[in-house]
Design a protein around this ligand. Structure first.
Ligand code: GLN
Length: 266
C-alpha cells in the first residue's frame, strides 16, 4: 500500500512536470506510466476459478447458492488487503491450470497442490496450507487397511488431480486393476459409497469433510503423499503474484487467516 502511494506520488510529479511544458521527455513519462500500470494490481478485478466440490476449501453454500469456502474467503481477504477485487467462477478442475496459463482466468484457487509438473506451466503463490492424499474405503470394508492392500482393487479419483496421478501410477505398476475418473469429487465419493469401486484416493481434509456429511466411508492407512496448496497465476505475472504473497503475509499477521482456519476446520 505504502509502495503504491509512493508510486502514485512519483507519477503525479511526472505528470505535473509534463503538464508544465517539459515536452522533451514526454516519451519517458509515458513509458513510466505504462510500467506503473502493469506493476500495480490495485483497483483491478481478477477472475478466480475454482471447482466447488472440494469442501471445506470450496463448495456451494446450500442456502445462498454462492461458492464459498476456505480458499475463497482467503483469496477475498488477500484481495481486500491488497486493494483488488475478485470474481469467482466455477471451472472443471482439470481445466484450471490451462486457463491460468492462457490467461482465460487470472487466479486458480481450488485446493491446488503445488507440483513440479504444474510449475512448468504456471506460477504458484507461497503455500497457504498443507494437505496430502489419503485412501478411503467403505466403512464395512475390512480387507483394505492401507496402500499395501490395493493389489487388484479398483479406485475412483477426480480428473486432473494429484490423487488421479497417484492412482494411475499404481495402475501402471500393476497394483490397482482399474481407475475410474470423474469430473467432481461428490461423484467420486458417491461411486465409493454405492460400491462402484473399492477405494478413493483424494485429499485427506476433503475426504474427511465428505465423511462427516455423507457417512458410510472411512479413511485407512497413512497419508500417501504430503503436499501444500498454492494460488496459481500466469507465469511471469509478477505484480499479481507479489500482491497475493504480500496479502497472504498480511492476513496471517492480522489474525484473519487464523479466523478462517477456525471457521472451516474447527
Ligand atoms: N490437491 C489436489 C490437486 O491439486 C486436488 C485438488 C482438487 O480436487 N480440487 O490435484
Amino acid at each position: 500500500m505504502k509502495k503504491f502511494l509512493a508510486l502514485l506520488l512519483a507519477l503525479s510529479l511526472v505528470f505535473a512536470m509534463t503538464a508544465c511544458g517539459s515536452t522533451s521527455d514526454d516519451s519517458a513519462a509515458d513509458a513510466d506510466a505504462d510500467a506503473a500500470a502493469v506493476e500495480s494490481v490495485e483497483g483491478q478485478t481478477f477472475k478466480v476459478s475454482t471447482e466447488p466440490t472440494f469442501p471445506p476449501f470450496e463448495f456451494v453454500d446450500e442456502e445462498s447458492g454462492e461458492i464459498t469456502g476456505f480458499d475463497i474467503d482467503l483469496i477475498k481477504a488477500i484481495a481486500e488487503d491488497q486493494g483488488f477485487s475478485v470474481e469467482v467462477e466455477q471451472m472443471g478442475f482439470d481445466a484450471i491450470v490451462g486457463a491460468v496459463q492462457t490467461g482465460v482466468t487470472d487466479i486458480g484457487a481450488s485446493g491446488m497442490s503445488i507440483t513440479e509438473e504444474r510449475l512448468e506451466t504456471v506460477d504458484f503463490s507461497d503455500p497457504y496450507i498443507d494437505a496430502g492424499l489419503a485412501i478411503a474405503v467403505k466403512e464395512d470394508n475390512s480387507d483394505i487397511t492401507g496402500e499395501a492392500d490395493l493389489q487388484g482393487k479398483t479406485c475412483a479419483v477426480q480428473l486432473g488431480t494429484t490423487g488421479a496421478t497417484k492412482a494411475m501410477e499404481l495402475q501402471e505398476k500393476g497394483v490397482l486393476s482399474d481407475v475410474k475418473t470423474f469430473n467432481t469429487v461428490d461423484v467420486v465419493m458417491n461411486e465409493l459409497k454405492t460400491g462402484g469401486v473399492d477405494c478413493v484416493i483424494n485429499d485427506l481434509p476433503v475426504t474427511q469433510a465428505y465423511i462427516s456429511k455423507m457417512g458410510g466411508i472411512k479413511v485407512v492407512g497413512d497419508t500417501l503423499v504430503s503436499d501444500s496448496y498454492g494460488f496459481a497465476v500466469k507465469k511471469g505475472n509478477k505484480a499479481l503474484l507479489d500482491a497475493i504473497n504480500a496479502g497472504l503475509e498480511n492476513v496471517k499477521a492480522s489474525g484473519v487467516y487464523d479466523e478462517l482456519i477456525a471457521k472451516y476446520f474447527e
